[in-house]
Design a protein around this ligand. Structure first.
Ligand code: HAM
Length: 436
């Protein structure tokens, strides 16, 4: 026997039992976003590699070692998207969205790919719901976006979450921050992990959020970025925090929150389960401002802010916390069971007609015995089973079995639909009367 082939490490099969969670999260967030003026956009899963190199940053972990990049002979290098913001920013420019009424609010739901070390909550293929606002630099926009995000998590019934927030400044205050960090870290290098040693020169900001305990201890006393903000950035951040206070959105200031993508400036934030703070890969979602990204990609100066919710992690929390989500699976209304060649042939026509009339209908004509077919109908919680045995097939009749009561009646084939509708209507009435 050949060895079974298994899915790739870190990739996910989302089995039928978990579909309801994914559907619920995507639908709930999608509805809320549409109600808040966001329009859906879908961008390709495959993009030019240079898009991510230029935006996420060459010295970030994502670009350095986590991208699924490949070359097709003679064509430019392509990459499976590791995140969505860069693609949406590209689309904003490519479709001239700066000429649309501003702000332009877009959202997307899709798979992202990062070749990370797989562990609980960290996959190589995962789903994000991302939302982006282009063309609005006002601090109140940061606050309303964050408040919407908080509402989304509240709607899921997820408690004990912490909203961590920081400001990482702008191009005018960041050189000063960088200098202060280099000054602080320069004589501590031997005590840092290898990743931090490497990042020290390229991106000293990342040293602040290393999760390795010896690096965390050193980061404790590192200069706080918010103390080094320029006046404009400080005023912006103060207004964001004041508005959050006003809106009743609780937050924790985390001076070490720097984010792992280079395009950010000013406000950055993450949503983390309280008991997982300081753990790697715990955030249920994260985002921030990226006022320079559109320009960096060749578009006109356009301030922007956004967020991405990690669907797999939110689903993981819902399951862990045993939070019930509505089951949207459409139940099988009619199961068609047939015995013998003639009956099976007849059942094909009946199934087709029922489908055309919008009944949810299923059969398992490959099963020989009626008993096995009824067993399946039972398992699927079908409301009615139509039984066509050899006798019924010859007499042009059908047995309708109410699967709950077990009551069966024989009807002429030509009266089948009419009778089924009557039975369904009678049941509806009965339920209504019982509820009154
Ligand atoms: P990010 O922090 O890289 O930001 O990812 C956002 C969220 O995606 C994380 O908080 C987490 O919930 C989920 N996530 C990330 N990596 C994984 C993984 N390997 N397995 C499971 N879930 C994961 C971004 O991607 C930015 N584009 C967010 C953004 C939008 N900023 C502005 N607009």
């Amino acid at each position: 026997m050949p060895k079974p082939i298994q899915k790739l490490k870190g990739m996910r099969d989302i089995l039928p039992a978990d579909q309801k969670y994914f559907r619920y999260v995507c639908q709930t967030v999608g509805d809320l976003l549409e109600k808040s003026g966001f329009q859906r956009i879908d961008t390709p899963i495959l993009e030019p590699t240079k898009l991510f190199e230029r935006t996420i940053g060459e010295s970030t972990a994502i670009v350095e070692k986590e991208m699924y990049t490949f070359n097709i002979k003679g064509e430019e290098s392509v990459t499976l998207r590791p995140e969505g913001t860069a693609s949406v920013a590209r689309a904003y420019i490519e479709h001239g969205m700066h000429t649309w009424p501003q702000p332009v609010q877009l959202f997307y739901i899709g798979k992202m790919f990062r070749h990370e070390k797989p562990q609980a909550g960290r996959y190589r293929e995962f789903t994000q719901i991302g939302f982006e606002i282009f063309g609005d630099s006002h601090p109140l926009t940061d606050a309303t976006l964050i408040s919407l995000i908080w509402q989304i998590y509240e709607k899921f019934g997820l408690k004990d979450l912490v909203l961590e927030i920081n400001s990482i400044g702008c191009s005018s205050c960041r050189p000063k921050m960088r200098k202060a960090l280099i000054e602080y870290y320069k004589d501590k290098l031997p005590k840092l992990c290898e990743d931090c040693k490497r990042r020290f020169k390229k991106n000293p900001f990342r040293l602040l959020d290393c999760k390795i305990s010896k690096c965390r201890r050193i980061a404790e006393k590192a200069p706080h970025l918010i103390d080094l903000l320029c006046e404009e950035c400080r005023a912006h951040f103060t207004q964001v925090l004041e508005a959050l206070d006003e809106l009743g959105v609780p937050y924790d200031l985390n001076p070490k929150l720097v984010r792992g993508l280079d395009y950010y400036n000013r406000t950055t934030f993450e949503i983390i389960p309280a008991k997982k703070i300081n753990k790697q890969q715990a955030a249920l979602g994260a985002g921030g401002r990226y006022d320079g990204l559109i320009e960096l990609l060749g578009g006109p100066p356009t301030p922007a802010i956004g967020f991405a919710l990690g669907v797999d992690r939110v689903v993981g929390e819902l399951i862990e916390k045993k939070i019930e989500v509505p089951e949207k699976r459409k139940k099988v209304q009619v199961f068609v069971a047939a015995l013998g060649e003639l009956a099976k042939k007849k059942s094909l026509k009946i199934i087709k007609e029922l489908r055309q009339l919008n009944f949810s209908v299923m059969s398992a004509l490959g099963k020989e015995s009626i008993k096995a077919q009824l067993k399946l109908a039972d398992k699927l919680e079908a409301e009615y089973t139509l039984i066509i045995g050899e006798k019924e097939a010859r007499a042009n009749t059908v047995l309708i079995r109410d699967m709950l009561s077990g009551v069966q009646e024989s009807v002429e084939e030509e009266d089948l639909i009419k009778r089924l509708n009557e039975l369904i209507e009678e049941k509806k009435q009965l339920i209504k009367e019982n509820n009154e």
